[in-house]
Design a protein around this ligand. Structure first.
Ligand code: CA2
Length: 149
């Protein structure tokens, strides 16, 4: 088991903090990265933090980390709803995979945002806790590993 947690972010999250702050808050993706590092590094884990707007890149990154990672934390963003290649890649991962959404996808204005296709292949989901959800997901991976899961 490795000591790296891969934190993946899907399309448009590079704009976090610039749009719709009433839903997603004012923090940027750099703030999210700092939060993840602050949770992981004192426990002896490294964070590999990435964002992409391209589905094939997301699949490649999950595949590359298939073995040897402590865990994956993923906010699939709009890939959540229809990106079956990403779902298949997650299914093949050999480590815990935590799905994170900044907003509560079950109480959004658009009904389609409630139905994640990813949850069925993830270890768990955190949704609606803002960027704190990323920190909790990182801590959960570490907690699982400390108990030999
Ligand atoms: O709540 C989340 O974290 C989401 O995964 C964000 C996705 C959205 O499609 C999901 O339904 C929920 C991406 C939202 C659009 O991108 C933005 C990025 C920054 C600021 C505003 C929107």
């Amino acid at each position: 088991m490795g000591r790296t947690i891969l934190v993946l972010n899907g399309p448009n999250l590079n704009l976090l903090g610039e749009r719709e702050p009433e839903i997603y808050g004012h923090d940027t993706l750099a703030d999210v990265e700092a939060l993840c590092r602050a949770a992981a590094e004192p426990a002896g884990y490294a964070i590999d933090f990435r964002q992409t707007n391209a589905e094939h890149e997301m699949v490649d990154w999950i595949q590359a980390g298939r073995k040897g990672l402590a865990g994956i934390v993923i906010n699939p963003a709009a890939f959540t709803y229809a990106a079956y290649p990403v779902l298949d890649a997650i299914k093949l991962a050999d480590c815990p995979v935590m799905e994170v959404h900044i907003s509560n996808i079950c109480r959004r204005e658009a009904e389609w945002r409630s139905h994640s296709i990813m949850t069925q292949v993830c270890t768990g989901i955190i949704s609606g806790l803002g960027i704190h959800g990323y920190e909790l997901a990182v801590r959960h991976v570490i907690w699982l590993r400390s108990r030999g899961h």
